[in-house]
Design a protein. Structure first.
Length: 75
C-alpha cells in the first residue's frame, strides 16, 4: 500500500505536465483507494508539478531500482 511521503514511480507519460513514465515523485496526499496527489521535483528541489493521479498511474519504488536523471524545462 502506498502511503503519504512515499516515493513513487510514474507509470504513464503526462505531456501536459512535462512528465514521463519512470519519473519519481512523492505522495503528498492520499485520495482514499482512488489515487494520490503526487509532487514531482527536479534534483535541485524545484517543483515541476503537483498532480492528482489515479492509483494505476503510479507504483511504489521496487527493490533494486536506480534513479535516472533527465533534463526538463521548468516553467
Amino acid at each position: 500500500m502506498i502511503e503519504e511521503l512515499q516515493s513513487v514511480v510514474l507509470t504513464v507519460d503526462l505531456p501536459k505536465h512535462n512528465l514521463k513514465r519512470g519519473d519519481l515523485g512523492t505522495v503528498v496526499l492520499l485520495h482514499g483507494k482512488r489515487g494520490y496527489e503526487v509532487e514531482f521535483v527536479t534534483l535541485s528541489g524545484e517543483t515541476i508539478a503537483i498532480v492528482s493521479l489515479d492509483a494505476n498511474q503510479v507504483r511504489p519504488v521496487a527493490t533494486g531500482e536506480i534513479a535516472n536523471a533527465r533534463q526538463v524545462a521548468v516553467a
